[in-house]
Design a protein around this ligand. Structure first.
Ligand SMILES: Cc1cc2nc3c(=O)[nH]c(=O)nc-3n(C[C@H](O)[C@H](O)[C@H](O)COP(=O)(O)OP(=O)(O)OC[C@H]3O[C@@H](n4cnc5c(N)ncnc54)[C@H](O)[C@@H]3O)c2cc1C
Length: 510
């Protein structure tokens, strides 16, 4: 199709997760005709978004904001909670600290300052939120006290979010095609003009449109790219979420001259069930996380501790400790608990898909732990136990300063001697969540080239946006980032299409 001819769509959105759907809805709200192309079959739609708990980090000033996010909240529920506040400066401080001051300030500013407004916008599109009672809040003096900025979640988690966004898209008449595997961008010297996809019958098809939004995830599900960019050993990690995020969008954008941005050798990765399946599946994935490690000692096959399990709240360490496990011999570790903390373990430890051994003595436990250096493990436990500063009371709701040390590795909080049977040990490996490297986008979510100039017609959102997360990640920021940049990219793509070769008969949707 040559310039001047009209396309059937103003905006083509590549991907079918949170960022893509927010982009599609936002573009439609601006009057654009939108097509969503999702690589997976319909039953697997939603990408990594469907695997989430639906937790979303956002700025809020207090109870009034929480009530605005969650209109279903009752007065009784509010009375039982101390929501506190999570201000813009709290969010900025967390991003700066967690990314070691690397986060792209312009993009971080967009994320933080638009978080509250974007949650309200999602609510208006039909997404239902509720406070994370019992998860990011513990009871203090009879009231739930919230901490850490991840105060709300989507009702019914990731699947609930995906359903709500697809309902909103369908209500607006957005066309959605499944098993539409986008392989390349159509472009000429004037910019991007559409996409080429592979259909389920193996045939290729061109779809022309003045604007394309790439929101098709990182390269976490591509073992070759993981080894290439994250480094040796990363091909051996388990994938926590979608099998479809194989870096296609990034490859297409780079081929089109996009500027790589952010931490290409970094990713979000966690402690994960040792014998988990290679990719996520919605039934078993929630059973595979092992997030109670701050109450454990984690030891490697040499029987040594290798990380400060209690450096900070789980929210602020879990995303980088997967890499710590990957770096151990055999890419494995054991989380060891004694009976004093067993009732504090998260639900996933009580599911069926766990690699778990139990014993009444530490010696017997060591005999049951595969591949462990028993003598060293016993020495580690002895050294750790002797070093616990028991004068500080154990308080899991605060950073209690109850410290210890062993193997030259400090333990900053929540240390307890491992001395009370029965003992439990859980085998873990590394599960990769998503990759941090992406493309550089402008403050309008338009992709920039390696000269720093915008690529006409090309926008990006979600995991594909580089420069936001480095080294680590404040829990519950991925969905917020996807929604903020998805909404922005959709609006910008619609405006771009309006200014260039707009499709006929498009009208704003109320
Ligand atoms: C187990 C797990 C739990 C998580 N929990 C949380 C949480 O509670 N809170 C939070 O904020 N974040 C969480 N995250 C991170 C979060 O999932 C991501 O940050 C976010 O969902 C990414 O959204 P996205 O739209 O960019 O990508 P995705 O949701 O992964 O969507 C990408 C889409 O692109 C499609 N696609 C890929 N390639 C192509 C192609 N070539 N053509 C067409 N389509 C393509 C995929 O099928 C997929 O639908 C979690 C992740 C996992 C795996």
């Amino acid at each position: 199709m040559s310039d001047g001819q009209s396309a059937a769509y103003d905006v083509v959105v590549v991907g079918g997760g949170n960022a893509a759907l927010c982009a599609a809805i936002s573009a439609t709200n601006e009057g654009a005709r939108v097509l969503v192309l999702e690589r997976s079959p319909m039953e697997e739609r939603g990408g990594n978004t469907s695997f989430t708990d639906g937790l979303m980090r956002t700025v809020y000033e207090g109870e009034d904001d929480i009530r605005a996010f969650c209109p279903d909240l009752t007065d009784e529920e509010c009375a039982s909670a101390d929501f506190g506040a999570y201000t813009e400066s709290d969010f900025f401080d967390d991003m700066a600290r967690i990314t070691q001051l690397r986060t792209d300030l312009e993009l971080c500013d967009i994320l933080v300052r638009n978080s509250r407004e974007t949650i309200l916008w999602m609510r208006d599109q039909g997404v239902r939120f509720f406070p994370t009672f019992g998860r990011q809040a513990y009871k203090v003096n009879g009231r739930f006290k919230f901490w850490g900025g991840a105060t709300i979640a989507v009702a019914a988690g990731g699947p609930g979010l995906v359903e709500a966004l697809y309902n909103a898209a369908e209500k607006r008449g957005i066309d959605i095609r499944y098993e539409a595997w986008v392989r390349d961008l159509i472009r000429d010297e004037d910019g991007v003009k559409g996409v080429i996809l592979t259909r389920p019958d193996g045939k290729q098809e061109e779809i022309h449109a003045p604007s394309v939004v790439l929101a098709c995830g990182g390269f976490e599900a591509n073992a070759e790219m993981r080894a290439r960019y994250l480094g040796p050993g990363w091909d051996l990690a388990k994938v926590r979420g979608s099998r479809y995020n194989t870096g296609d969008g990034l490859s297409m954008a780079l081929d089109a001259g996009a500027q790589p941005h952010g931490h290409w050798s970094g990713c979000h990765a966690v402690s994960w069930e040792r014998y988990a399946d290679d990719f996520g599946d919605l039934i078993h994935t929630p059973q595979y996380q092992r997030h109670s490690y701050p109450l454990s000692i984690m030891v490697n096959a040499e029987g040594k501790r290798f990380v400060d399990e209690g450096a900070d709240f789980r929210n602020y360490t879990y995303a980088k400790y997967g890499q710590a496990v990957l770096n151990q011999p055999g890419q494995i570790a054991w989380q060891v608990f004694d009976s004093k903390v067993l009732d504090l373990l998260r639900d996933e430890y009580r599911t069926r898909r766990v690699t778990k051994v139990t014993a009444d003595t530490i010696e017997e436990l060591a005999d049951k732990m595969e591949e462990i250096d028993k003598d060293q493990f016993l020495k580690t436990v002895e050294e750790f136990n002797a070093s616990v500063k028991t004068d500080a009371p154990f308080e899991p709701n605060i950073k209690d300063g109850r410290s210890a040390t062993s193997n030259g590795v400090p333990r900053s909080n929540w240390a307890n001697p491992i001395d009370t049977p029965p003992y439990h040990a859980y085998g873990v490996t590394c599960g990769v969540t998503f990759t941090f490297g992406g493309v550089k986008v402008s403050s309008e979510a338009q992709v920039q080239d390696t000269n720093g100039k915008p690529i006409p017609g090309l926008f990006a959102a979600g995991e594909m946006v580089g420069g936001i997360f480095y080294f680590n990640y404040p829990g519950a920021s991925g969905l917020t980032s996807g929604a903020v940049f998805g909404r922005l990219a959709g609006g910008s793509a619609a405006a771009y299409a309006q200014a260039h070769a707009r499709a006929p008969e498009a009208a704003p949707v109320n």
